[in-house]
Design a protein. Structure first.
Length: 567
């Protein structure tokens, strides 16, 4: 008898309380939750979505404003790190206060054989360079640590692999270490932001399935910070989890952790976005597969399977057993029936299933894959709202908060299989507007059918989206009415843009590739219904760091120029 494929799938209970997020009651509660979601880590190629993995560095950003008021012995203008949200600084390898340049050589080495949880080890040093006046440029001092930097007043913070250091650089020739923080052995730094004199730090730790909590995500000056089981949030809906995310409010002067919050999520599909009002955390998951498959058979396959087979699956979806047990039983039911068919009949049914699955997935593509969103209030550092949208965002720049509403761009679909039978699920791209309670109030759907999002950019009441497969559709969205967002214009050109930058209110710069070379496009969006590419330039180079990190881009508005590396 032919062997029917074994199934593993992200498992959880049907979505009835996705809006609720709560804390674990105990370690046993955590273990029980983990047990129900444990098969979320396995998704063989025959049962996978075609959606791209999110890339943290790609995205669309807002430039930090140039400092225009110079005083004393400092230049009138200094460049700042290009950031996603004005006023919220991001770590970079170069920082300056106008008098000194702090440059950290971004050199790393990797162990030849390493696990995912062993971070790269930094090499080199951080140089402190006297930058003003320019004719007196000289090396003032150095620090034997290297990594991304944040600068607040006289405190230079260095994110050096597994450790974070705070240095007093008031005397550039003799910087003094003030404090240090060490990440737990299996911990990784997800991101950091500097906002209103505080550093907001996000880390993640792999979950120990035998002892998931309490956890000690980091040590401050050698003293462990402990997070108890009852302090860790989780969605009521069972989602794929393999890590615990930890968010901290850090005083850069003293190194003190002032507030912290922890929540479970997936290392593959969680995104962090920060606005001036809160931290947003997303986590992607899949709907009830048994229910979905039963509905498919009941609605579309009554002529392919005996009623007894469909009835068994209908009863199975209501059994009080784990989702993985249901999947196992479903496999047995289908295998017994299909294995008893002749070769020609089995092939006929398989072909019919492939065709019908493709059509059914097209009609129901938003019912399987969703992204939950939790909002953490900056003032009290509590979870104050939660919601969900269909699909998956590309990265943190797919999210944007404006006038208390959250806009999020997602991709739905790709190639998808049900029990070994493939259907080409037509991909689509959506933009959703959510209110303060993270409830959907408006949406624009089916942008770039068969394509996926390569970049997104939100500027006040406008949204710009780039999707790609063979050409580069550039979409202009009117988001002025959150309840009735609409597509205003579309432009199709060769290549794609993976980074969008506002040059002026009506000019958007796109940096991407056409063929194998880097392409720079200038879009005129003054008429939202008729966006145009008014100019383009193809570099000889095949790569630019801007395609990977927005920090590599710099705009000088005063002189109307911008800079980007090429290679």
């Amino acid at each position: 008898m032919p062997s029917f494929p074994q199934i593993f799938w992200p498992t959880h209970q049907p979505i009835t309380k996705v809006e609720n997020i709560e804390k674990f009651a105990s370690e046993e509660d955590f273990k029980a939750y983990l047990q129900e979601a444990q098969f979320a880590y396995y998704m063989p190629s025959f049962f996978a979505m075609g959606a791209p993995r999110a890339i943290f560095e790609e995205g669309m950003v807002l430039p930090a404003p140039l400092a225009l008021d110079g005083k004393g012995g400092a230049p009138e203008r200094i460049s700042e790190t290009t950031v996603q949200v004005p006023g919220i600084d991001e770590p970079d390898i170069v920082k300056t206060d106008g008098k000194e340049i702090y440059f950290s050589f971004e050199g790393y080495y990797w162990r030849r054989f390493f696990e995912e949880w062993i971070p790269p080890q930094p090499l080199g040093e951080t140089k402190i360079i006297k930058a003003f006046p320019p004719e007196d440029l000289t090396l003032d001092g150095k620090i034997d640590k290297t990594g991304d930097l944040l600068l607040k007043g006289n405190i230079l913070v260095i994110f050096a692999g597994e450790k974070i250091y705070g240095y007093d650089v008031s005397n550039p020739k003799s910087p003094q270490k003030k404090w240090d923080i060490e990440l737990k052995e299996n911990g990784l730094l997800v991101g950091a932001r500097l906002f209103e004199n505080k550093i907001y730090l996000v880390t993640r730790n792999r979950i120990d399935e035998f002892h998931p909590c309490p956890i000690e995500p980091l040590k401050v000056e050698g003293k462990p910070l402990t997070v108890e089981c009852t302090q860790i949030y989780h969605p009521v809906t069972k989602i794929p989890i393999d890590v615990t995310y930890n968010a901290f409010v850090l005083d850069p002067v003293s190194g003190e952790i002032e507030k912290n919050i922890s929540f479970v999520g997936s290392s593959e599909s969680s995104i962090i976005y920060m606005s001036v009002n809160g931290v947003y955390v997303t986590y992607s998951y899949y709907d009830d597969l048994i229910k979905f498959y039963y509905n498919f058979l009941n609605e579309k396959c009554q002529d392919l399977f005996p009623s007894l087979v469909i009835e068994k699956i209908g009863k199975l979806k209501d059994y009080d057993i784990s989702d993985q047990a249901k999947l196992t039983e479903l496999t047995i039911i289908m295998e017994r029936y299909m294995g008893g068919l002749g070769k020609d009949e089995r092939r006929r049914i398989e072909n019919e299933l492939n065709n019908r699955i493709a059509k059914y997935l097209k009609e129901h593509k938003r019912e399987l894959e969703k992204t939950g969103i939790a909002k953490i209030d900056l003032k009290d550092f509590n979870v104050i709202a939660a919601g969900d949208v269909p699909g998956r965002p590309l990265n943190q720049f797919s999210l944007d908060e404006y006038e208390n509403n959250l806009r999020i761009a997602t991709t739905i679909g790709g190639r998808f299989g049900l029990f070994g039978f493939w259907g080409n699920q037509e991909s689509a791209n959506d933009v959703y507007v959510l209110n303060e309670d993270l409830k959907i109030v408006g949406q624009v759907q089916d942008l770039g059918l068969t394509e996926r999002i390569y970049s997104a950019r939100f500027i006040e009441d406008k949204g710009y989206l780039v999707t790609f497969r063979e050409t580069d559709p550039f979409y202009v969205l009117d988001l002025s009415n959150p309840e009735k967002p609409e597509l205003k214009g579309e432009l199709k050109i060769p290549g794609y843009s993976s980074y969008l930058h506002p040059i002026t209110k009506d000019k958007i710069l796109g940096i991407g590739k056409e063929g194998w070379k880097v392409k720079i496009s200038l879009f005129d969006v003054s008429d939202p219904e008729n966006p145009t590419e008014i100019d383009k330039y193809i570099l000889d180079e095949s790569w630019s760091d801007v395609l990977q990190t927005h920090h590599a881009f710099l705009q000088d508005k005063k002189h109307e120029i911008f800079f980007l590396p090429g290679g």
